[in-house]
Design a protein around this ligand. Structure first.
Ligand code: FES
Length: 168
């Protein structure tokens, strides 16, 4: 038995080398395709945000902002990083909660702001920015209210989604 390629006879050795090469290529393709899909699929799949618990609702006193620190996990494809962050949680009673982002901070030039108990407002020491308990600008150069963080409450726990809500 003889084989031909483009009208020329092909030796048995050559034919076997074509056969082995073709079978090897097919095996590599069968093995590699799922592996490539496995490593790339996190980038294609839309996953729900990682929720970060920051406090229990019962721990936040009414009308007295509470500063909390937390570790936020951020998903980027198959890679998860952790950032240390802070937030002010306001409980105005009747399930009316607000979480203000502390990083970035003041909406003017990012200075850290704090709650002044005596004046009953958030103060920014850098340029005299003042915000009420709802985050609205009362005085100073800040161009917009304090940034808020999207959250949900499950079993009394306040969970951040990581989304920042900016006004103005
Ligand atoms: S940085 Fe806060 S008022 Fe300027």
């Amino acid at each position: 038995m003889s084989w031909e390629r483009k009208g020329k006879p092909v030796s048995r050795r050559k034919f076997l080398s074509y056969l082995v090469g073709g079978v090897s290529t097919a095996i590599v393709a069968v093995v590699a395709t799922p592996l490539v899909g496995y490593f790339l699929s996190p980038a294609w799949r839309r996953k729900p945000p990682l929720l970060t618990p920051i406090a229990q609702v019962s721990d936040v006193p009414k009308d007295k902002p509470l500063f909390v620190t937390y570790e936020q996990r951020i998903r980027d494809g198959w890679y998860i990083t952790t950032l240390s962050k802070g937030a002010w949680v306001v409980n105005k009673g009747g399930n009316k909660l607000t979480v203000f982002d502390f990083d970035p901070r003041c909406t003017h030039l990012n200075c850290p702001y704090y709650w002044d108990e005596e004046q009953g407002m958030f103060l920014c020491p850098c340029h005299g920015g003042k915000f009420d308990i709802d985050g609205k600008v009362l005085a100073g150069p800040p161009p917009r209210p304090l940034d808020r963080l999207e959250f949900s409450v499950e079993d009394g726990s306040i969970l951040l989604s990581g989304r920042i809500i900016r006004e103005g």
